[in-house]
Design a protein around this ligand. Structure first.
Ligand code: DAH
Length: 335
């Protein structure tokens, strides 16, 4: 083959590669296929390399001409591949957007509305009544030390009252509080009397679960300390509270015993013909005040503790404490 013919042949081959490659690029439908096509056109063993194999047979003067054409072809093809790639990515994006189209005219199915748990609304009601009587809310930790939960409240180790409150211990010193009474002491530690606080919160006891017992339940603690506070203030406050909450149910005070109050009482309300205990209370034992550095000659006070579950059960005629904790929507939706 003469030099002219060979040159001609190579140029024609480049031209036809350019045409067919352009077409192939346009016909590619997947981004991944473009890479395969690029390798088959421009790779080491690709079509372009194949054509250029014959370059060595050309005279030196003609080689740069072909080299230049091959370079232009290569640049053009790379550009075409990159354009096609962008085009395919755009198509894919448009398709995705089209499929995700939001029809804002479809009628809504409505947002299901939750409501407050009956225990919480009962607790709120109790808080409201005491706030109306001039009390404010104080909080304390659920993980408590032996000192605050027992010692400071006149319940030393081996005191029989510890048996009444079977305790979850975390270690020798820490426990899950068995009542909200430790908040009395925590509050007095930082706030000198006069004192009018309530403290709602969860308490824990190692009780087996049944219709009236749960290892976790809720109490509200009440503490009032001032000069000249006596048992009639306690009685008046408790009666006012119970009447506001229950209306006109019969109420009675029964002498009782708590290590941190003297005298102590339990309060019952008559419900469904039976006396039901709803709270413990008493005059704060002077020993408790003295231990906190409060002069018990000057300051006296009363305290009370009530179980929120009891109040809620009476209010809503609920027969089983377990209903509060099992999250049965049929139950919860009634409130
Ligand atoms: N802390 C007692 C209990 O959980 C309840 C109680 C009784 C609280 C008398 C008081 C109180 O503040 O004065 O069994």
């Amino acid at each position: 083959m003469s030099e002219i013919e060979l040159l001609d042949q190579i140029e024609n081959q480049l031209k036809s590669l350019s045409d067919s490659a352009d077409q192939d690029i346009k016909n590619t439908k997947k981004e991944g296929d473009l890479e395969i096509l690029r390798v088959s056109l421009l790779g080491k063993k690709g079509k372009l390399s194949n054509i250029l194999k014959n370059m060595s047979k050309l005279e030196a003067k003609d080689r740069p001409k072909i080299g230049q054409k091959a370079n232009i072809l290569k640049t053009n093809l790379l550009e075409a591949i990159s354009d096609r790639k962008n085009q395919l990515l755009n198509y894919a994006l448009e398709l995705k957007i089209a499929n995700e189209k939001l029809d804002v005219t479809i009628p809504s199915t409505g947002t299901p509305k939750g409501n407050q748990h009956p225990l919480l609304s009962t607790q709120d009601e109790i808080i409201d009544i005491f706030c109306g009587l001039g009390y404010s809310v104080a909080n304390g930790p659920e993980i408590e030390s032996d000192f605050y939960n027992f010692e400071s409240l006149n319940i030393p180790k081996n005191h029989p009252a510890r048996d009444m409150q079977d305790t979850f211990y975390l270690n020798d010193n820490l426990l899950l509080r068995t009542h909200t009474s430790p908040v009395q002491i925590r509050y007095l530690k930082d706030n000198p009397p006069p004192t009018r606080i309530i403290s709602p919160g969860r308490v824990y006891r190692r009780d087996a679960v049944d219709a009236t017992h749960s290892p976790v339940f809720n109490q509200v603690e009440v503490l009032c300390i001032d000069e000249g506070i006596n048992f009639s203030h306690l009685r008046g406050t408790v009666l006012t509270f119970l009447k506001t909450f229950f209306g006109d149910l019969p109420i009675r005070f029964r002498a009782s015993y708590f290590p941190f109050t003297e005298p102590s009482a339990e309060v019952d309300v008559q419900w469904k013909g039976k006396w039901l205990e709803v709270m413990g209370c008493g005059m704060v034992d002077p020993m408790v005040l003295n231990r906190m550095g409060i002069d018990s000659e000057k300051w006296t006070g009363f305290a009370a503790g009530l179980g929120v579950e009891r109040f809620c059960m009476v209010r809503h005629q609920i027969d089983d404490i377990r209903r509060f904790y099992t999250n049965d929507l049929r139950f919860l939706k009634q409130f």
